[in-house]
Write a protein that binds this ligand. Sequence first.
Ligand code: COA
Length: 372
Amino acid sequence: MTIIAKGLAGVTVGETAISTVGKAGAGLTYRGYSIQDLARHATFEEVAYLLIYGKLPNVSELNAYQERLAKLRELPPPVCQVLETLPMSTHPMDVLRTGASMIGSLEPEGENGRGAAYVADRLIASMTSMLGYWHRYAHRRQRVDTQSDETTLAGHFLRLMNDAPPIETARRTLDTIFVLYAEHEFNASTFTGRVVTSTLADTYSAVVAAIGALRGPLHGGANEAAMELIASFETPQEAEKSIKHMLDARRLIMGFGHRVYKNGDPRSDIVKELARQLSYESGNTMYFEISESIENVIMREKGLFPNLDFYSATAYHLCGIPTVMFTPLFAVSRTSGWVAHVIEQRDDNSLIRPNADYTGPPAQEFVELQGR
Ligand code: COA
């Protein structure tokens, strides 16, 4: 009898040199560096370079990389035109999916020396512009310049969104969240990208497919759902009572649990601390208190812990970022990890094509339609 691994849970389907997730004695690492060290000391640009080019940059490499990303932020006019046709009700994940696909048709991989690393840099840089450009056009009919003199992508995104220099705490917080979201081994969207790559398709196609996989609430969409949940309560007491009812009704609480981590998500501790600091610095502690009360009741009742998506919701919110942008920002950051996996998959490719047990009807006779 075939053993079916539903959701591929616990199945090892390949090797990777990019990251470890929950590995005994190592925890979460990107190319051997611990997430704690990277979050504390590295910028997102350093981490993206590490993932895509395989090593941390030295100072001159980092400066050159930042300049390169700054140049690649600009959107080609046809992309702006396409984004302008998207209605205000469009989810920004669809903006990214559409914009990434459009850039892929204007600057195809394989032409003019463009390889996977070019596609990664181009998309990471221009996705922040796509979000800002579309947001300002859809909501205020403004056509913004997609170049800015901000050094970091976090700063560039915040400047485009708000039409003002970013507040330093918000910029730093977003930069750290980008570091935390950049890579996570064979998660659903990365695996999707690897499946697409295994057919020898181009990098843009892998990223566009990965954006689709990230969108759902069981994966990247959980941070938006977590924010909606937190914002639906006015006090920690109300949250505690309601969450208990939801658990009794066996409802899923977004932002909790994880397929791999069963004893805690190391990224959650880091982002929780960021959310705590922002709350106390801004004097706006209610969402943080509500979040802690939700965390406590879920731990007490189910033994489940928050994943990265739970406290990142409060942190983003306190940076003034609209909820619909949470998952798209995850996509911007994770594009570095996705493309690192595209490159790795190509280095030792084999078509990914598993089997299924057939449960449909037995063989039946085909009866041709009469009188058509
Ligand atoms: N809220 C309530 N109960 C949860 C839960 C959650 N967020 N996550 C898991 N559980 C429960 C399951 O219902 C199941 O209970 P049961 O044994 O009584 O049936 C048990 O915990 C084990 O969960 P399981 O669904 O087997 O875990 P999984 O590995 O298949 O799923 C997730 C992992 C991430 C899909 C799941 O935890 C989830 O849906 N979380 C919410 C979405 C989320 O935050 N996604 C972002 C992940 S980073």
